[in-house]
Ligand binder design. Sequence first.
Ligand code: NAP
Length: 494
Amino acid sequence: MQQYGLFIGGKSTVPPRAKRFETVNPTTRESVASFVAGTTDDVDRAVASAAKAFPAWRDTPAPRRGEILLAAAQEMKRRKDELGRLVTTEMGKVISEGLGDVQESIDFIEYMAGEGRRLFGETVPSELRSKFCLTVRQPKGVVACITPWNFPTAIPNWKIAAALICGNTIVFKPATATAGCGAEVVRVYEAAGVPPGVLNFVTGSGGVVGNAMVADPRVRTVSFTGGVEAGRDVYVRGAQGLKMVHLELGGKNPLIVMEDADLKLALDGVLFGAFGTAGQRCTATSRIILHEEVYDEFLGLLTDRLDHFPVGDPLDPKTGMGPVASADQERKVLEYIQVGRKDSKLRYGGHKLQGGAFDRGFFIEPTIFETQHGSRISKEEIFGPVLSVLRVPSYEEAVRVANDVEYGLSSSIYTRDVNRAFRAIHDLEAGITYVNAPTIGAEVQLPFGGIKNTGTGGREAGSVAVEEFTEIKSVFIDFSSRLQKAQIDTPTMK
Ligand code: NAP
């Protein structure tokens, strides 16, 4: 079994008497690889290394940093098949999605490499003569990147590539369940020529390693993606250090099917949106809100399709859905199914899959509940292959139900009415709205993130990704050769 160390100051290191943990293949329960359970001392060394490397990396011209990112993208391309397999092996998404995770990484690193020749500031007119005003972007310093297991290469790369191009140095902690993917992402950057100390990697639990990263006064920005509970904790502790804390958290994403929708198209969208990645995407379709005129027909079509939806080995290209990612995930999802059985009508699935190869892994049937708005399963993030179906009489009620949850990440409407589509773009409370497409499928050149309890308002991806990792400096250049006083000497038309 592969044994990984920490990566600090450009070297793989294993601290003396280090405790270790292993990641587990959710399809077979076999160990995948072994990692150091990092300590607060390890975090201290990693932050010190990032702080030491910061001045030289900050002063490296941004286009040169971009060249290193392009080399990283090339390296990811070269290793795409191997890394895609690792994603599938370590967290269980089907192989096409494992490869998609890596492709998203490649796309975003390339996109951010180009940002090295932009990193735009503004030029702004002065109220005084012979005075020039502009803004420049400067890196924040040492940033902490803490990531979840569901996009185990893409989310680390969203943070790492954006932080690096802006000139920051990094301490990165991956999710414990997918530490191997995190370690290989770091190797990609190392191979691309990122200088020692610029990207440091500490594996270990959120409670120990994550906490220590957030608490360290040398860390100026924390970029966190995960659940609301941990995110709130990180936010509170980061606030005590007056840090910038960027949070990307959960979702309870609605997909509305109106009476005029192309039902076949909506059906394909729901299958992919709800059961892709076994429902473990932050943008997964977890509620479908059906207009009463198409409710029975659509639900019938959906359950018919599920009868032929292949669940099984995620490395088999014919499989539609693999296992959930871990024993913890399996336990949590099965608990929610019990909750649903009490107050909602189980329409499809609802069991742990058993027999043959299923007995080795964490497989759960695609599950559908017919429920009422307000039930627990209609409002809480389940993060598994469990879909809540809600019946509504009108567009207005569909929007009310869609918005009446604590989250606001992704949303979708299927309709052929262009006016209604534009109204939905206006009305749906979410960071992302799709029209005639499922709630999943973001592209890296657009901002990504949500409102309400989904996050703290910033966005990853797109050109705005650099906001998270830069400070804006305002610059005033006076070439009048005399003291000019703003607001006092301002020339007027009098
Ligand atoms: P999680 O349990 O919140 O963990 C996320 C990361 O935070 C992991 O690296 C975890 O370490 C670490 N962590 C946990 N507690 C911490 C603490 N007190 N201080 C610092 N770090 C801590 O989430 P998850 O189960 O990995 O991921 C699923 C969640 O992520 C879902 O809610 C999903 O919606 C959300 N998500 C959101 C987005 C988005 O962009 N909005 C994208 C993907 C996923 P350990 O692994 O060691 O526990």
